[in-house]
Design a protein around this ligand. Structure first.
Ligand code: PEP
Ligand code: MG
Length: 845
């Protein structure tokens, strides 16, 4: 037999030494309520040390428990001697074993209760405790204790005695000891450990317990139990909600039990009307708790004969949109400073506010899951092709584009859809990048679905959906739902704007947007991006009107023919850049020269090739031969990026000319623009030199021809490991380096960004990778390359501008890394700019 564990119990008074790490959050919170002189029943905090000893097998010291109980006795009080036991972990999110009520009840006490609150209520209270004790502590079969109503109490006591070969324990201290032991053990069990670890708790997280004198909520006069909260947990708007149950205590209900609304309600009686003085007390306590606890709370209360007891208060659980509104309101009311409001909001929560969300209260008919590639939710009819999407949009019917994966030709279809779902792909696959840019909800890598584009069906598990049937894409959670789900509107309200305004006051790292079109640029401005950090110029050519010109250029065999085709493209590009400069009104605009392999602009099926042959007036065989000639075994590592610029320099010449002509025109109209030109996929210094020479020559030519005076900044994208290692050499020719962490991650891991989605789940699930490295920057590997590149570049060119423009630029953990590395800015999809602004601010606080 182990030695008895002394019980380290502290009466919670204003000056008691209650400590969160020793006694847990609940004990600390109750002490705060006690300090505010709120009517909290006498409570003792049992330290985590004691609980740990009990869990290790030391029986609790019965004498000490007896004296603890006698100290809570209060002659004349209807529940004298009865206590509740509640868990008090370090963090409320970590949960804990369920509360046990009415510990200490025995035959004697029951008799006393019969006289005070009536036989029915006294029986019900005693019965509920016997049931709880028998099932959770003595571990008897719940079925044997299922009886309710008259005679059930006697029956339960007899069954207990029969099964245990001893009477139901009558000593309150013994009952309490057993309750403490079962709660301590439950906390120590493997299930509880796993559950709390999933919420971020260490496996050996401590647990304190709170032993509190019972407030019955049943008896003469106005009695009951309830919870009250002062703002809406979904919207964060000030509003009193909660519930009140008259003559009830937990699951113990009496014949007189009734449920009341808290505030006046046309549907029935409310606490506000039935007991206005009780209601007024609660409101007063709520206001005080909010001010002193500096938080929106949910308060548990009990009313006995119209007197309120506050038995517990917990931080109000809230949706992301409510978290913004609550934090801003607390700061505006002067309860917390703005910087604390900033720290209280998860940056990711902001992206929920930008889009429609599935109402968390609504039922969800889940049919599949995938990677949550772009947040927000939308309902639409299934379509399996870009053409069907456009037709659907023309009919005014919202549609969801469902594809195995998307290719550049699908862009028009994506524009016409309200959401996108793909079977394949990862966080940086085509569908994901484009959808984030457009602000469309998107799920990729939904490997549980299978698409039959011919039969126009989508299978998900045992269910099958036809084109035209409705589904909902929840891009925030990665869940595909059947049918239409109830939605919450975006919430770009004053609280959102205020929070971001405060963010900008604290933030040191700049936030730019990745914007390819005037529409993107306008969105970027709307979210106060500090410039464009990446304009992927190739995206300007996926447009239906421009694709033919692009294809003509690709089909040109000779440089002269290519130059002719490019001359047709030049004015379009010039207009593109002029529009971007105008929208960005003097903010920096970084334009990346053409990056993808040319074959991406060519049709992928026979039908498309036939159409192309027709429009180019070429034999189909010529088209097929050219497509074949351009196809590569490994296009992501092939003729793309700067390699294309070196082998076919006319393309970059044309782009440089378009940029400079737009610059000269902008300079004539208003403030001078200093364009930033960026070279993709560099791996050697000589590539930069070659491109720089040609771009300089084009600049000189445009200056002469247009009699304009302008400068420009030439930068390099560091996207290959070699470019990071040779950043010193490269920096000698560059005004800035921007790390393209999508390709850099792909090349560092040797992991295809378009295919990794297939096994990423298994890899992260088994802990091979802590996270999807396309989503959160891999600080140990890719991050080290960034640090090496930054250091070597700075050594060569102190003061060189460094940034990240891969998708990681919108990810809070990755932004924190960039801030620590002293980078000047991050650049991310326009819809992620608010998230980045807040995440950047949090790093500076
Ligand atoms: C990158 O590779 O990180 C990048 C920004 O370029 P893209 O995604 O267009 O390849
Ligand atoms: Mg790249």
């Amino acid at each position: 037999m182990m030695t008895a564990a002394p019980i380290d119990a502290t009466l919670i008074t204003p000056s008691a030494g209650i400590d969160r790490t020793r006694h847990g959050w609940r004990a600390k919170c109750l002490q705060r309520l006690v300090r505010m002189e709120l009517p909290v029943p006498r409570s003792h905090a049992i330290s985590a040390d004691s609980v740990q000893k009990i869990a290790a097998g030391h029986p609790p010291d019965i004498d000490m428990l007896a004296s603890l109980l006698s100290s809570t006795e209060c002659p004349g009080h209807p529940a004298s001697g009865l206590v509740s036991v509640r868990p008090s972990a370090l963090n409320p999110e970590w949960g804990g074993p369920g509360t046990v009520l009415n510990v200490g009840i025995n035959d004697n006490c029951h008799q006393g209760l019969v006289g005070r609150i009536g036989a029915e209520a006294a029986d019900a209270i005693y019965l509920r405790f016997v049931q709880a004790y028998a099932i959770h502590i003595a571990r008897l079969d719940p079925d044997m204790f299922a009886q309710e109503g008259e005679g059930a109490l006697r029956e339960a006591l007899r069954t207990y005695a029969d099964e245990m070969d001893e009477e139901f324990p009558q000593n309150p201290a013994v009952q309490l000891a057993e309750v403490l032991r079962s709660m301590a053990r439950a906390w120590d069990g493997p299930t509880a450990r796993l559950l709390r670890q999933a919420k971020g708790a260490p496996a050996d997280a401590p647990l304190g317990l709170v032993v509190q004198e019972m407030a019955l909520g049943i008896g003469p006069g106005f009695c009951g139990t309830g919870t009250i909260q002062f703002c809406d947990p979904v919207t964060g708007a000030p509003r009193i909600t909660g519930r009140f149950r008259g003559q009830m205590q937990g699951s113990v209900r009496t014949a007189a039990a009734e449920t009341l609304y808290l505030t006046r309600d046309p549907r029935g009686l409310s606490l506000e009307e039935a007991a206005p003085e009780v209601f007024a007390d609660l409101v007063r306590f709520g206001v005080a708790a909010r001010e002193r606890l500096r938080e929106e709370m949910m308060i548990d209360f009990v009313v006995n004969d119209s007197r309120v007891s506050i038995i517990d208060a917990v931080r109000l659980q809230r949706s992301s949109r409510a978290s913004v509104r609550i934090a801003v309101a607390l700061a505006k009311d002067g309860i917390i400073p703005p910087e604390e409001a900033l720290m209280r909001v998860e940056p990711r929560a902001l992206s929920d506010l930008l889009h429609h969300q599935v109402d968390p209260r609504a039922p969800r008919d889940l049919i599949a899951r995938g990677i949550n590639a772009s947040p927000g939710a939308a309902t639409g009819k299934i379509v399996f092709s870009a053409t069907a999407a456009q037709a659907s949009a023309a009919r005014g019917e919202p549609c969801v584009l469902v594809r195995r994966e998307t290719v550049p030709e699908d862009i028009r279809g994506m524009h016409a859809s309200v959401a996108v779902l793909t079977e394949r792909g990862g966080m940086t696959s085509h569908a994901a990048v484009i959808a984030r840019g457009l602000g469309l909800p998107c799920i990729v890598g939904a490997s549980g679905i299978s698409i039959d584009p011919r039969a126009r069906t989508l299978r998900a598990g045992t269910r099958s959906f036809r084109e035209g049937e409705e589904i909902t894409i929840d891009g925030t959670t990665g869940e595909v739902l059947a049918g239409a789900a109830a939605m919450l509107e975006p919430a770009l309200d004053d609280s959102f704007a205020q929070l971001l305004e405060w963010s900008d006051q604290f933030r040191q790292i700049d936030v730019r947007a990745n914007a390819d079109t005037p529409e993107d640029a306008r969105t970027a401005r709307m979210f106060n991006a500090q410039g464009i950090g990446l304009c992927r110029t190739e995206h300007m050519f996926f447009d239906a009107e421009r694709l033919p010109a692009m294809r003509e250029m690709i089909f040109a065999d000779k440089p002269e023919d290519r130059r002719l085709a490019l001359a047709r493209i030049l004015p379009m590009q010039r207009d593109d850049f002029a529009a971007l400069f105008e929208i960005m009104a003097g903010l920096p605009v970084t334009i990346r020269l053409f990056d993808p392999p040319l074959h991406e602009f060519l049709p992928h099926d026979r039908e498309g090739m036939r159409e192309l042959a027709e429009s180019l007036d070429l034999p189909l065989s010529d088209v097929m031969r050219r497509v074949d000639a351009l196809s590569e075994f490994n296009p992501m590592l092939g003729m793309r990026g700067v390699r294309l610029g070196i082998v076919m320099p006319e393309i970059y010449d044309m782009q440089a000319r378009a940029i400079f002509e737009a610059t000269a025109l902008a300079g004539r109209k208003g403030d001078p623009v200093v364009p930033e030109i960026m070279i993709p996929l560099v791996s050697a210094m000589r590539e930069v030199e070659l491109v720089k020479n040609r771009v300089d020559a084009v600049a000189a030519e445009v200056r002469n021809k247009m009699h304009a005076d302008f400068t420009y900044r030439l930068g390099v994208m560091v996207e290959t490991p070699r470019a990071a290692l040779r950043a010193g050499d490269i920096a000698a020719h560059a005004a800035f380096l921007s790390f393209g962490t999508n390709d850099l991650t792909q090349m560092t891991y040797g992991l295809s960004r378009d295919d990794a989605g297939r096994f990423m789940g298994a890899y992260v699930g088994q802990g091979v990778y802590a996270e999807d490295p396309f989503h959160i920057l891999d600080q140990e590997g890719v991050g080290e390359l960034l640090m090496i590149g930054a250091e070597r570049a700075r050594q060569k060119t102190p003061g060189i501008t460094l940034s990240v423009c891969g998708e990681h630029g919108g990810n809070p953990e990755s932004i924190a890394f960039c801030h620590r590395a002293g980078f000047s800015y991050v650049s991310c999809s326009p819809f992620r700019v608010p998230v980045a602004r807040l995440a950047g601010a949090q790093e500076s606080i």
